[in-house]
Design a protein around this ligand. Structure first.
Ligand code: SF4
Length: 266
């Protein structure tokens, strides 16, 4: 479904998913749904399109209009963190150009922008981002997400091979854009089996890592996404071990906004 400006009022419930959050962080989605079919995905519990290419793309102008009229949104370098890609794969073929277009406009506001993906970001695509607009170290950060390397065909079967995915990291040193290995969630007895491969990637690309928890329905600490429908699941036994081991080789954060809140990475 292509959302028109005229039709937006009629589907208000859906449009709320395109932009939500609080003063500290707002989530923006250029599409709703994902065809990556990760076994642990929370989209089905939110009734969002899962397992096939969705066509819920929103016009960039409309999304910007929603952002600029949102009372939580504070513009500027120290303003609201803008996170892309939680209710969709923002680097999918269907909406990648919209994501790039959106980033290029958002960069003018100077707010910290985060993009998370399980796709490969080619240098050609990356360079469509207007890097001349980047004004401060955390202006744009990119998170390459992975919960397993050797078993991705089972648990992240609609995604791209993680080894190719990680090749996106080469842009960090070449263009001086902070990039992070985003291990989220830690899959019990699965992620840990690839710990040495993750360490190898960290060393090869000289990147830092975020190791995040699993979201679930039920009870507990409310997750930053989903507006109260999802909670942090208690971290499994592997979580602390992975954090400890990776910390020997890089800085490890537990939440994706920590690098921004703590200042700047290396
Ligand atoms: S990439 Fe993210 S949104 Fe897409 S299926 Fe996997 S976990 Fe869900």
């Amino acid at each position: 479904m292509y959302i028109t400006i005229e039709g937006i009022d009629a589907i208000d419930t859906i449009t709320n998913n395109y932009l939500y959050g609080n003063r500290e962080r707002l989530f923006l989605n250029t599409n709703l749904g994902c065809n990556s079919k990760c076994s642990y995905c929370y989209l089905p519990s939110l009734d969002l399109t899962f397992g096939k290419t969705p066509n819920n793309i929103i016009q960039t102008e409309k999304l910007l209009e929603m952002l600029n009229s949102n009372t939580n949104f504070k513009k500027g370098k120290d303003g609201t963190i803008l996170s892309l890609g939680c209710y969709s794969e923002c680097w999918d073929e269907i909406n990648k150009e919209d994501t790039i277009n959106l980033i290029n406009i958002l960069l003018e506001y100077q707010n910290p922008i985060q993009l998370a993906t399980k796709k490969y970001i080619s240098e050609d695509d990356f360079c469509k981002i207007n890097l001349n607009k980047i004004k401060h170290p955390n202006h744009l950060s990119i998170f390459i997400s992975s919960s397993t390397i050797t078993q991705f065909q089972k648990y992240e079967k609609g995604t791209i091979d993680p080894i190719l995915r990680f090749d996106s990291f080469k842009m960090q040193s070449k263009y001086n854009i902070p990039m992070y290995l985003y291990i989220k969630p830690v899959l019990e007895n699965i992620t840990i089996t690839d710990i040495n491969l993750y360490i190898q990637i960290i060393k090869q690309y000289n990147i830092d890592a975020i190791v995040g928890g699993l979201f679930t329905t039920g009870e507990g600490v409310i997750a930053p996404i989903s507006e109260g429908k999802l909670y942090y699941k208690d971290n499994n036994n592997d979580y602390d071990y992975i954090v400890k081991e990776l910390s020997l080789y890089c800085k490890v954060y537990r939440y994706s906004i920590e690098p921004i809140k703590q200042g700047i990475k290396k």
